[in-house]
Design a protein around this ligand. Structure first.
Ligand code: AMP
Length: 388
């Protein structure tokens, strides 16, 4: 029996109204380990999902002609950005599963026949694809939009994508699983790249608000850094069967615009400038080194801008529970003739942009950085290697 026959054979049956899902009913639970490695189930209600889906439909509408890439495994909520909006628009979903991603030659062959028009992935996955020279407008002539979420979008990746896909728009979105996939967005164009060394993650969807709190949970002034807090109907009620973790990160607040609403403390450091959110990375990626408070992602951002650097990550080296020094894991564009000279050149350039205490002492050159099952940079693995 074909799918059409099955659907038509049920056409006359009306769903039982009593079986209808309520707005507080759970649509899915996705487990997130966050950066601390302790898995927590995030229940997303119908209300949460409709808030996300309605925003996607207004801001980035898909059509029945669209073919949408879903790179994320279904256990990672980035997949929600493809699955629900694509099906609700009658678009097709083109999933790249782990087996295909592991065989790049087959994957690019399959992509060339895919007719992809919308790309949804982590920036790390796009970076892997950029290693393949044929990954360009010629391979994907219908591609009209890149939608990124899940980790920092480096300017360098954007520049390369703009060269290879000059007619395709690039959108950076930001959000945690706890606030249903993404709550902010921005179209990244060359003007934005020219003005902002660190790409903003954009403005908040209309039914939610981003607030920046200090450690006492008081809102800070515009431009000041603090914890990014998301308020509104996208925010889950809390972690599944885990009151302790729920009370650590979720609040019911009286927001000045939204009234009584749910709020989620993201654990991300950020600030608002000209109405746009800048995400500076995880608060727990801050380390104290010889008394200085250092944001590892700020160093990484500078590192990735250096000539000859394809990508990089910075990991603290611990000694007796204190950070002793920083190690930079770097993927060079090409293997350098002299590693010593190249590293010393990078250190000199970094010194022009960063204070001396932020310059990694050790540099380890690698052909690639580890990527976890969700397609994000695998910091835990680097940290384990650093501890050996
Ligand atoms: P997850 O719950 O696995 O989707 O991870 C959410 C976390 O990923 C956020 O709290 C941020 O730390 C990070 N993240 C997501 N999107 C972005 C982005 N566009 N830029 C920087 N960090 C991001």
């Amino acid at each position: 029996m074909s799918l059409d026959d099955i659907i038509h054979s049920h056409a006359a049956r009306k769903p039982d109204p009593a079986a209808r899902m309520r707005e507080d009913g759970t649509v899915y639970i996705i487990y997130t380990s966050g950066s601390t490695g302790d898995p927590k189930g995030v229940p997303i209600s119908q209300k949460n999902l409709l808030s996300f889906e309605g925003w996607m439909r207004d801001a980035f509408p898909f059509s029945p002609e669209d073919v949408v890439l879903n790179q994320a495994p279904f256990s990672f909520d980035l997949s929600v950005m493809g699955v629900y909006p694509a099906f609700l628009a009658g678009a097709s979903l083109w999933t790249a599963d782990q087996a295909l991603i592991g065989k790049p030659k087959l994957m690019f062959e399959a992509m060339s026949r895919s007719g992809l028009s919308v790309w949804i992935s982590t920036p790390s996955f796009a970076e892997i694809c950029l290693m393949e020279p044929s990954f360009s407008e010629k391979l994907l002539p219908r591609l009209r939009m890149f939608l990124f979420c899940g980790e920092m979008l480096p300017s360098r990746t954007v520049r390369k994508l703009m060269e290879r896909f000059p007619g395709t728009s690039i959108v950076n979105t930001y959000g945690p699983t706890e606030a249903t996939v993404a709550v902010t967005s921005i179209i990244v164009d060359s003007n934005l790249l020219a003005v902002n060394p660190q790409l903003p993650v954009g403005t908040c969807k209309p039914d939610c608000r981003i607030r920046i709190w200090d450690e006492e949970e008081r809102e800070v002034r515009e431009g000041e850094k603090g914890e990014i807090v998301i308020c509104g109907p996208s925010v889950s009620y809390g972690y599944f069967a885990n009151d302790e973790k729920t009370s650590g990160s979720f609040r019911s607040i009286n927001d000045r615009d939204l009234g009584i609403t749910r709020a989620y403390k993201t654990g991300d450091l950020g600030y608002i400038q000209d109405g746009m959110l800048i995400c500076c990375g995880r608060i727990d990626f801050q380390v104290k080194l010889h008394g200085y408070r250092i944001e590892l992602e700020e160093i990484e951002h500078r590192l990735r801008e250096l000539p000859g650097v394809k990508s990089g990550a910075v990991v603290p080296h611990w000694k007796a529970e204190a950070c002793d020094y920083l190690t930079a894991y770097v993927v060079p564009d090409e293997p350098p003739v002299s590693e010593v000279d190249t590293v010393s050149g990078w250190k000199t350039l970094l010194a022009e942009r960063l204070p001396a205490y932020m310059i990694p002492r050790k540099f380890v050159l690698r052909p690639a950085l580890p990527i976890n099952g969700n397609g994000k940079l695998d910091r835990k693995r680097l940290q384990q290697e650093e501890a050996l």
